[in-house]
Every structure is written in structure tokens, then in C-alpha cells.
Design a protein around this ligand. Sequence first.
Ligand SMILES: C=CC1=C(C)c2cc3[nH]c(cc4nc(cc5[nH]c(cc1n2)c(C)c5CCC(=O)O)C(CCC(=O)O)=C4C)c(C)c3C=C
Ligand code: FES
Ligand SMILES: [Fe+2]
Length: 423
Amino acid sequence: MALRTTPLAQLCKRATLSSSSASTLTWPANSSSWRRNNATVAPPVTQDSTGSKGPTAMVFMNMGGPSTTDEVGDFLSRLFADKDLIPLGRLQNYLGPLIARRRTPKIQKQYAEIGGGSPIRKWSEYQAAEMCKILDKISPETAPHKPYVAFRYADPLTEEMYTKLIADGFGAGKGGRAVAFTQYPQYSCSTTGSSLNELWKWRNRLEGKRATGEVDPEGAIKWSVIDRWPVHPGLVEAFARNIEATLATYPEERRDKVILLFSAHSLPMSVVNRGDPYPAEVGATVHAVMHRIGMQHPYRLVWQSQVGPQPWLGAQTSDTVENLIKKGQTDIILIPIAFTSDHIETLYELDKEIIGEAGHEGVKRVESLNGNPVFIQALADIAKAHLDSGISCSPQMSLRCPGCVSERCAEQKKFFAGQVQHL
Ligand SMILES: C=CC1=C(C)c2cc3[nH]c(cc4nc(cc5[nH]c(cc1n2)c(C)c5CCC(=O)O)C(CCC(=O)O)=C4C)c(C)c3C=C
Ligand code: FES
Ligand SMILES: [Fe+2]
């Protein structure tokens, strides 16, 4: 890959062009990165002789799931070893594997009942590849776009993705650009935060000088991050159309009285009280979707899938459905609002446990976004806007949770958000 650093004059021109929205670009003291208002701008880009700054690696980050029941044990061991998701203190190395082993048979049975594994790999690879095809057309200046998937707890793991990136000619002395695109629309430190901590770790291991963690800035991959997109109009449109399609399946005389239950994976109250942004961002998605469909139905945001004995954010989805049915309300639509493809929580918990046990034909679930073309176009639009903006991550990324005591978070944010000062 022939890479040439963009001359400063050209960068300044780019800065002038993109400052039409009255934002100001400054060259911060002690910094090697541009800032527009509070957002850190990506490091200088490179251009080949055709004028394209590509190739650009588009890395879809998500938690992943076991593709077969044999993979459930490894999936759970990695999940219970993750201190950003389930902090077990000094006993993590002992308790993590123990809990994972005990839980494996129960979770294997659940995956067996939904067809033998999680479809998340299939959907993630499809969504990333389709999005890149659209991006090649709408963003020729950063083409070609190469799709990658990096899962936190299942194959392909972040390490595997990074090794592939390097084998494909990015990084390791050659530089190149990569975008870490979280597939969680709403940011939580236990989901996107954990994936970014893992990406930062492997970046240092595979591109850094192992002993010091220092990375050669000239030869390393230039990363930027799409860290959240809770109210993107394309995402909202995709959810809204799915809700409208499900509403249309009710007889007209019952339709107006259908209750909409938006359901998101819950968080332990300890995470909520630490100041995690996820509950507010999920609420923002729900409000935007309701606004789009004209606020025509009563609705609630409820929370599912709590694990373990500590207090979790409620009301719980299962209790809410049960209570509504007891009161005679049997027309209910469940809308998974915090995940973009099918997984055990939709196919097993919602479909089999909650809807199956409700035993009423009026209790339904909207389809997950999966291969929905409106959704895939939204992914491409989000990526295009990010590539055009030149920012390395959102301003929100620079701010830690009020109760955060994790050095990993501090270092990771410092790396991805550059020199933003208000940490
Ligand atoms: C936005 C989505 C999710 C958040 C937030 C989240 C937080 C979170 N999860 C756990 C513990 C477990 N989660 C498990 C599975 C699982 N979690 C999500 C999504 C979010 N989790 C999904 C989509 C899945 C299923 C993956 C698939 O099938 O494709 C599991 C494993 C299953 C089980 O043992 O029940 C655990 C455990 C915590 C503690 C947490 C917040 C801190
Ligand atoms: S836990 Fe949120 S920033 Fe560290
Ligand atoms: Fe979870």
C-alpha cells in the first residue's frame, strides 16, 4: 500500500471546507490531533494517486455469541472473565471459570432450542459486507472499504481481527485507516466500553513495543471510533417500519389499544449508579421511535435478561407482560430496542419464555433488524457521516462515568479521544 501523508495545506483546506457548519478547528497545544469544538479530529489521512484515501477497514464490534452449542463453554468463560462486564474482584480468575462451567449446560439447552447457536456472526458479517458495498459507492474518496468483525466473547475475537488487519496490509509499519464501528446503538461501558478496552489492548500488543506499550505513531493503524448512534434517523426509521408492520397484523378495531413495550437488556444498578450512559441513550432511542410513529400508542421501556442476585434496573419485561395480561391487556408488541440482530434474548427469552408462556395471540414481537435494507443503509449513512467529519470519536467518549475507577477506561479513552482534556 503506497501511503503518503496529506500536506498540511490540503488538511487546512479540508478543515475550511468542513467548517461551514460554524464549527471551529483549533490546533491544540501539546497535541498531535485536530479538534473541532470538543471533538477530536482523526490524525492526518493519506492519499494514493487516484485521489482515494482508502483502503479503509470498517470493523464491526459486538459481543458475539456461540455459533454452536459446543462453543457455549468458551463463550461464557470469556464473558465471566471480563472485568468491564462482570467485575468479581480478586476472585475473578477463580470465580469466573467456576460460574461459567456451572451455567454452561443451562445456556447450551437454550441455544439448542433456538437452532443450535447464535445467528449473530452470520448477521454481523452480512451487515458489514453489505454496508461496505454501499460505502464504496457513496464514499469513493475513502474506498475501498473492507469489512471486519471483532467479537468480545466469540470468534472472530478482537485478536483474530487485528491479526487479519495486519496480514491484509494495514498497520505494522504501513499505517492505514480503520474505523471501529460499535454495533451497540447505545453506549454502555460494559458493552462498547469493554470492546474498546479490548481493541486498545490488542493494538498495544500487536502494534506496540511490547515492553512499554508504546506505539510507533508513523507506522500504526490510524483508528477512529463510531461509539454510539442511538437516535440516527435511519435506525429510528427501521424500528418504526417494523413496528408499523406488526401493528398492521392486528384487526383494525383492536389496533389503537395495542401497548408497545420496548425491551432492552438490563444493567446492574451498580453500573447505573456509576453513571453509565446506556439507560439515557436507550430512552432517547425509544422517544425518537415513538415520535416518528406519531405517539399514537401507550408505551413503556422495560428491561430484560438480568443475571445473578444483585439489584438490576427495572421494570422487568417478563413481570410487565404478566401484569398487563392479568389486567386483561393481551394486545402487546415487544420491541427489542438495544440490539440489532437476533440472539438468545429475542429468540429464547422473548419468543419462548415470555410470549410462549403468555399464551395469547395478541402478544407479539417485531422482527429484529438483521438483514433489513433500511437498517443497512442507515449503517452506511452513519459511517459516511463519520468518515466525512474527520472526528476520531464523539465528544461523549472523552468523559468518564462519575463513579469510574478503572485505569483501563482512562487509558483507552485517552488513546481514542486523543488529547481531550476534561477526563
Ligand atoms: C445492549 C445489550 C447488552 C447489555 C447492555 C448487556 C449487559 C450485560 N450482560 C451481562 C451478562 C450476560 N449477558 C449475556 C448474554 C447476552 N448479553 C447481550 C446483550 C447485552 N448485555 C446479548 C445480546 C447476549 C446474548 C448473546 C447471543 O446469544 O447472541 C450472558 C450469557 C447468557 C447467560 O448466561 O444468561 C450473560 C451472563 C451483564 C452482567 C451485563 C451488564 C453489566
Ligand atoms: S466505567 Fe464508565 S468510563 Fe469507566
Ligand atoms: Fe448481557
